[in-house]
Design a protein around this ligand. Structure first.
Ligand code: IDP
Ligand code: MG
Length: 141
């Protein structure tokens, strides 16, 4: 297994529920460590660009509303097998289908307000990290 980086977002519902510390603790315990981190309130253009692959989906408008409804924490996480491991820690998109102990099972409200984002492939991890961070903002651990 290789050391990878992946993009993680704590979504606005996670901040509203005061879960920033709890969520980062889950990642750190699992060996996923932030190498870049920023709190930001996404603009409509930020959210539409980030979720452009979903623009034809019926939930796109609502998803953009939600993602711009309050601040997020955007992070690049680094660790062994980080991309798949983050998806495992997050759990299924729909919290009703998420496994016990996953972030979405523990904390999500519904399939939209599901608390965390994680890149789904090495290609998308690269694209998504570059969407938010310059290479000079990624620290060496
Ligand atoms: P993922 O976040 O688990 O990778 P995607 O299918 O990439 O899931 O969807 C991106 C985001 O869009 C989800 O995390 C969720 O916030 C929202 N979403 C996905 N499916 C639905 C849906 O059926 N209704 C409402 N929102 C959805
Ligand atoms: Mg996705």
């Amino acid at each position: 297994m290789a050391i990878e980086r992946t993009l993680s977002i704590i979504k606005p519902d996670g901040l509203k529920k005061n879960l920033v510390g709890a969520i980062i603790a889950h990642f750190e315990k699992a060996g996923l460590h932030p190498v870049a981190m920023r709190m930001m309130h996404l603009s409509r253009a930020d959210a539409e660009g980030f979720y452009a692959v979903h623009k034809e989906r019926p939930f796109f408008g609502s998803l953009v509303e939600f993602m711009t409804s309050g601040p997020c924490v955007v992070m690049a996480l680094e660790g062994e097998n980080a991309i798949a491991k983050n998806r495992e820690i997050m759990g299924a998109t729909d919290p009703k289908k998420a496994a016990d102990g996953t972030l979405r099972k523990l904390y999500a409200t519904d399939v939209e307000k599901n608390t965390v984002h994680g890149s789904d492939s090495p290609e998308n991890a690269k694209i998504e990290i570059a969407y938010f961070f310059r290479t000079t903002e990624l620290v060496k651990r």
